[in-house]
Design a protein around this ligand. Sequence first.
Ligand SMILES: [Ca+2]
Length: 338
Amino acid sequence: MKTLRTFPAIAVAVNMLATGLLAIVSTSQAAPLNLSDNPLFASQSAPPLTLMTMGRDHKLYYEAYNDASDLNGDGVLDTTYKPDIIDYYGYFGSNICYVYAVGNNRFEPSSATTDKRCSGSSEWSGDFLNYLTTSRIDALRKVFYGGTRSVDTSSETVLERSYIPQDAHSWGKEYTDIATNGFDIREYSSLNLPVSGHRHLFANTTLVSENDAPLLRVLNDSDFRVWEWLSKERPVAGNSCINGGTSCEQGASRITDYVVRVRVCVSGRLEANCQAYPNGTANLSACCKAMAKTTACTSVCSLAPMRKIPLAAYCVKMSVLLLTKSMPMTAPIPRLLA
Ligand SMILES: [Ca+2]
């Protein structure tokens, strides 16, 4: 119970002193007022509930790391990749190295690393891939339910980056040299240093239609600057730079495409949020119970269970799906996983 008190009658005393009356004035206080902490007419208690209302702003499909923000709050803009002081959040494990499996069109974990550097000539640092490829919606999806699956079976789980249209939502980065960028790209990717006077360019986009694969495009040893590939008349991040008639591929400079999908939760190389379930049926029952057994819930929960993520995250995913059935055109809803 809370106690409210009134102010002493100081104002009265001040007024009397102001009029020259010297007198002893006794002050008094009102009696404590007891107020209820509970609704007055509720006859029984109920569990507290939280409703999350997500914005559907198109900026969720911008890059998570835009090289123009102070990511770690130290007062210094983080205009390049800073692996020694920032952990980049995303679908890849920051302390896992990956190789790109061309036949499977995805990155697959190859080794663990304690300092984010990868020694294999074909290895990419997961932390660097997060810096390059993560969109803001990807980060949110990972927080809510582990990330968007392109594959989710009893034997493997594959995540994929969001669809990014070929307009101002596509983003790019460029690497010049160790002195300019502050890190040695050979330690974090399968790339060599650029030929002197040239740059490696990176673009994140989805070509042609939303059914196509989410890409990380690498243009090695280019004479172009990143804005000549990404900040031009749409479609951006295609095969032309500056304008529609100029190929980005000049001399020995070529575009290499990597599909931003990653196999996760591989035994021995687990990302931090992996968790296996021994009994999917029990998990689904618990989920339906948590969602009050609505009709929609029954339908959703009749699907095969997702695996390797916490039950709570699974239930949140289902809740978000039910609450956001009509996402914007450029924002495909997270997939139901069968
Ligand atoms: Ca900073």
